[in-house]
Structure formats: structure tokens, C-alpha cells
Design a protein around this ligand. Structure first.
Ligand code: FAD
Length: 371
């Protein structure tokens, strides 16, 4: 049986790792040219019951603990006028419920656990079906089981469902302050060791410390249309002017927050946030399945990477448990995944709704500390 995994993101690599541990051959086809071809973005909190459970099953939890930052669980929650609503500092002996790890470190941990050649870089899938995988360079290969782990805009998903992501009304611009302790020690002290989160008026500012000494500053705009990047007046081709325009868009906020924007360098990323229908399912097929964002893209409220890791590991374990009956393994995996991802998607949707409200800070405080 030939297993083809499309996508070397967290989910596809977690699946590859478990198959490798169980002596099951598989190939991961990844469109990027190499592991360093693209920046991997910021930091992820990996939860004890899902993402960490997956890493334990994959035999990688000790290395994860070496790389993860327990103090990254610190949280400061503020309102736009500067009012501090919540400050949580993580004691040294606190349980690692949701430590932070840079996405690049986590992906590197998974990649390093695979044998050379298991990931085929520079293999962008164009289309698939009837046991054939077609690549954009005109080559093709065969498969018996195809796993779409190719993220939000999956090329494999249409084999199983007509569902497509729709925009959630949330757009994010991300900037970064490199080497913050040296270049802006005052701002470094303000942000602290974990997440510094300002919420309200349909906007958000999340400053998060990464392991490489930089702080990433994510600016969220809620209730904004899909074409907002074009209509917002942000000149994305001129990074210095991007900062000027973003400071204008936050001009009614406490000046400490706009100081964070002013301190950023010229690296600018942006995301128009989409979601698949929450609770999406499909009739199981013996030769194709999906995992991670390809299966259940949800608002980015801290669950997506955790779900992708657990999907990959649980599918791998199901295949290992049914080596002569992959269709049964796929069905077993999908049954559990549909329920788990549906619950996570509902939670993320609820949090996203809270964040879009004018008094989002107070609402999140109530969410963290229910009466
Ligand atoms: C701004 C933002 C912040 C987020 N923050 C968090 C967070 O704090 N915590 C959390 O848990 N989740 C977070 N998420 C969600 C999380 O990033 C995703 O849920 C997670 O990365 C999904 O993993 P995946 O393996 O399914 O897909 P991906 O990580 O998207 O990987 C897909 C892979 O497939 C490859 N690929 C795509 N198309 C093809 C093709 N045609 N051929 C070959 N290869 C292909 C891609 O290059 C990529 O390597 C965030 C998302 C965003 C946008």
C-alpha cells in the first residue's frame, strides 16, 4: 500500500512520524522548496490534552519540553485606554498546561524525527483522483491512500466535499520587533514573558515573545470585509508607511500600544481569516482523507495547530492498528476527528464572536474568570 501525504505542515508531519515509528511506508509531498523556504510565523500554545498528547504518542514530548517556554503562559489583558484587566505570571513550578513554542521550532522537531527523503520538497500538487497525484511540474505518482494535509486551501478537499472556506470578517496584520531586550527594553518589560493582549472597539493587539528574542505584534481588525487589505489604505508595498497607517488606525488607543507598532521593523505579514463550516463531515472514502486545516479550518483562537497534531497522530495510530484494513482505519479516525474538531471549532467561533465586540476585553475577562 502506498500512502501519499500532501503537505509538510504540523499535521502531515505528525502523521509521517507515527507511520515511521510503526514501520509503515509513506511519502510527504510538500510544495515548498526546502524547510527554510518560508518563515513559519510566530508562537503557538500547545495544550496538554491535545497537542502535547500527540507529541507524547509520537515519542517527542521530552524534546518538546526542552524547546517549549513555560513562562510563555504569562498573560496580560488590557483595554484600549490602558486599563489592566488581568495579569497572570506563571510560577516556576506551574504545570505546563499550554506552554509556547515557536512554530519553526515545532516543525523542525517533527522534521528532524523523520528519515531523510521521507519529505519530498518542491512537490506542489496540482490535482488528484483515481489513484493518481499530479504535480505542477507535470510529473505524477500513484497512491493507494491519499491524505490531504495541505492546509486551508487544500487541493485534496474537493475529492471529499464541496465545502469551501468563507471569510470570517477578521483580518490580521503581523509585524515584529527584533531583539527587543536590547533595542527597546522598556517595551520588552511592558510585554513581559508571554502574551500582552489589548482588546476592544473591534480591534486587537497581541504582542507575543518568541524564542529568538523578537516580539511579534499581531493587529486584528474584526467586522472587516474580505477585501479590507485593499480598502484599508495600508500601503503594503512600503513597510515604513505601513507602520504610519497602522498607528493612524490605532490613534485613539493608549500611546504605549502605538509605541509597539512604531518599534517594529519592515517585516509585514497579513492574513484574511477564513473558516470551513463548523462541524463539517463527509461520507468516508477508502482511499482519501483529510487532516488539520484541510479538514476543519477554524478561526485562529489557539486550537488549529493542536487539532492538526492530534489528527496526524490519531490517524497514524489507527492505520498502525489496522495494517490490513486502511478503509476501516480511516473511518475510525474520521469518526473521532469530526466530533473533536467540531467541538474545538465551536469554541473558537464563540471566542472570535467575543473578540469582535466593543467591550471585548471585559468579555474575555469573564470568559477566563467565569463568575
Ligand atoms: C495568524 C494565525 C495565527 C494562528 N495561531 C494559532 C495558535 O496560536 N495556536 C494554534 O493552535 N493554531 C493557530 N493557528 C492555526 C494553525 O496555524 C493551523 O491550524 C495549523 O498550522 C494547521 O496545520 P496543518 O498541518 O493542517 O496545515 P499547515 O500548517 O497550513 O500546513 C500545510 C502544508 O501544506 C503545504 N501545501 C499546501 N498546498 C500544497 C500543495 N498543493 N502541494 C503540496 N503541499 C502543499 C503547505 O506549504 C504547508 O507546508 C493560527 C493561524 C493563523 C492564520
Amino acid at each position: 500500500m502506498t500512502i501519499a501525504i500532501v503537505g509538510a505542515g504540523l499535521g502531515g508531519l505528525a502523521l509521517a512520524r507515527v507511520l515511521h515509528l510503526n514501520g509503515i511506508d509513506a511519502v510527504v509531498h510538500e510544495r515548498e522548496a526546502s524547510r527554510d523556504a518560508r518563515g513559519q510565523g510566530g508562537t503557538l500554545d500547545i495544550h496538554a490534552g491535545t497537542g502535547q498528547r500527540a507529541l507524547r504518542e509520537a515519542g517527542l514530548i521530552d524534546r518538546f519540553h526542552e524547546l517549549a517556554r513555560g513562562e510563555g503562559q504569562d498573560m496580560r489583558l488590557l483595554e484600549p485606554d490602558g486599563t489592566l484587566l488581568l495579569q497572570e505570571d506563571t510560577p516556576d513550578d506551574a504545570p505546563l498546561e499550554r506552554p509556547e513554542i515557536d512554530r519553526a521550532d515545532l516543525r523542525g522537531l517533527l522534521l528532524d524525527s523523520l528519515p531523510d527523503g521521507m519529505v519530498r520538497w518542491g512537490h506542489a500538487v496540482e490535482s488528484a483522483g483515481d489513484g493518481l497525484l499530479h504535480f505542477t511540474d507535470g510529473t505524477r505518482t500513484t497512491y493507494d491512500l491519499l491524505v490531504g494535509a495541505d492546509g486551508a486551501r487544500s487541493r485534496i478537499r474537493p475529492l471529499l466535499t464541496d465545502a469551501r472556506p468563507t471569510h470570517t470578517g477578521h483580518n490580521i496584520v503581523q509585524l515584529r520587533i527584533p531583539d527587543i531586550d536590547r533595542t527597546h527594553p522598556d517595551l520588552a518589560a511592558m510585554v513581559g514573558r508571554g502574551t500582552y493582549w489589548v482588546l476592544g472597539d473591534g480591534r486587537s493587539l497581541a504582542a507575543q515573545r518568541n524564542s529568538d528574542g523578537c516580539v511579534r505584534v499581531g493587529l486584528g481588525f474584526y467586522n472587516s470585509p474580505e477585501d479590507w487589505f485593499e480598502t484599508s489604505g495600508i500601503p503594503f508595498d512600503a513597510p515604513a508607511a505601513v507602520r504610519v497607517r497602522l498607528i493612524e488606525l490605532f490613534a485613539d488607543w493608549d500611546p504605549r500600544f502605538t509605541a509597539l507598532i512604531a518599534a517594529c521593523d519592515d517585516t509585514v505579514l497579513r492574513w484574511a481569516i477564513g473558516t470551513l463550516p463548523i462541524g463539517l463531515t463527509w461520507p468516508s472514502r477508502p482511499d482519501v482523507t483529510l487532516l488539520g486545516d484541510a479538514a476543519h479550518l477554524m478561526p485562529p483562537m489557539g486550537e488549529g495547530a493542536n487539532m492538526a497534531l492530534l489528527d496526524g497522530v490519531l490517524l497514524g495510530l489507527a492505520l498502525a492498528a489496522h495494517p490490513d484494513d486502511f478503509p476501516a482505519a480511516v473511518e475510525e479516525y474520521e469518526r473521532e476527528m469530526f466530533e473533536r474538531a467540531g467541538a474545538a471549532g465551536r469554541l473558537c467561533t464563540r471566542v472570535q464572536e467575543l473578540l469582535s465586540k466593543p467591550d471585548a476585553g471585559r468579555r474575555m475577562l469573564a470568559f477566563f474568570q467565569p463568575a
